[in-house]
Structure formats: C-alpha cells, structure tokens
Design a protein around this ligand. Sequence first.
Ligand code: ADP
Ligand code: MG
Length: 248
Amino acid sequence: MDAGVFRAWIRSAAEVIEANRDRLTQLDAAIGDADHGVNLSRGFSAVLGALETAAPGTPGAILTLTGSTLISKVGGASGPLYGTAFRRAGRALGDAADVGLPALAAALEAALAGVQQLGAAREGDKTMVDALAPATKAFSTAVAEGAPPRAALDALAEAAAAGATGTIPMQALKGRASYLGPRSVGHEDPGAASTALILGALPPLLPPSLPAGADDDGTLSRNGGIRRDRGREGPPRRRRGRRRGGRR
Ligand code: ADP
Ligand code: MG
C-alpha cells in the first residue's frame, strides 16, 4: 500500500466522520459533553487542508501529519489520543514508500500502545481502546495467518465495529463518561464508534479478495462484487498488475 492508498484512507475517513458527525455528537451527548462529532469533523477537515498544503509523500509522513494536525486542532480527550495514535503509526512506518501487511500491523500496535500510554485505558473501560484493541488483534492474527490484504482489512474493520457496539453494556471507567458511573451503561462510546468508522474506511480501498475457485475477473464483476466494493479511487494500480501477473 503506497502513499496514494493512505491519502485515500484519510480522505475517506474524513468523509465518513463528516457524514456521521451528528450521530457521534449525539452519542457524546448521552454520556459526555456533546462535542465528539464536531471535534473530529473540525479536526479532519484541518487534516485534509494540511495534506493538501504539505503534500507528504510517504505513508508514514501522511499519518504523522494527520496526527500532528489532530493534536493541534482537536481539543478534549480525543484530539491528543487520536493524534498520538496517528503519529505513533506514522513513526512506525518510517519512510517506506510502500507498506505491507506486517508493517501496517506493527503500526496499529504502536498506535494502540500510544493511546494506552497516554490515556491509561484498558479494554473494558468503555473507550476507543475497546474498538482499537480488538481490531489490532484481529488484524495481526489475520496477517500472521497469511490472510490476503482485503480479508485482513475486513477482519480489522469488523472487529472494530463489534468492539464499538460491545461498549454499550459497559460502564465507563475513563474519560468524561466515567463521571456518570452506572448511568453510562446502555450507550455506545462515541470514541469507540469513531474508531470503527475510521478503520472501516480502510478495506473498501482494496479490491475484495477472490473467493477460492472464482474464475477470472468475470465471476466477481458479474455479481458486482468488485465494482460495488471498490473505493472511490479504485485499487492501487500496483496491486492490479501484481494480481494479473500471478494469474496468467
Ligand atoms: P471529551 O471527552 O474531552 O469531550 P471527545 O468527546 O472528543 O473528548 O472524545 C470522547 C472520547 O474519548 C470517549 O468516547 C472515549 O472513547 C475517548 N476517551 C476519553 N478518555 C479516554 C482515555 N483515557 N483513554 C482512551 N480513550 C479515551
Ligand atoms: Mg466530548
């Protein structure tokens, strides 16, 4: 995955945050101070501007700039936490022009470690960690088992989404929601919800993994699988080439 994929990810994450701004703010209204959607929407639009202006050329530099911008533009708890996550991930990727699955897994591990170091939340505390930790685990496992890229990213996104809804019955032990004590039970954590949205923006940027036994592109394009799931920018050219090369 090259800089084009990472730029497309951040752009797509910004769009999905914008589209869900009110929902995130409502979640935060229930157990916080009703600013999470607004905070992130402001932050990600600043990120898009910064990426446009500075035009960082590597995946690592893109994530690092994303993180620094979130830290400087988003107040509250989530700005520094998301900012740290993206900066740690960016630092872990170094200046590689192309990022493979193991490097991305290591970057996610670094992001999670950064969030936990800063916020001291553990799984079960009803925070973004409850989406990020299982997602990171599922992705690392999928990569270790040799899953193809899209399948590994699907596992990441699905675990994040399940982790976010899994916060509903939890009582918050960290952050503003913890002030509510038992009254925080019964609501999805806004930061876990936004984490699921941000990670969920990643898989559609790659073409779906071919099911075992699928015959050439025909099978998938006939049922619409590839076209429907393709990200706005389509899969990176390099991957198309590689797959063609491997199949003929
Ligand atoms: P604030 O709580 O300052 O208003 P936001 O509303 O933007 O900030 O973000 C709230 C989210 O931040 C929570 O839903 C939770 O997921 C996350 N959060 C808060 N404190 C922590 C923490 N210590 N560790 C991890 N995540 C946290
Ligand atoms: Mg808030």
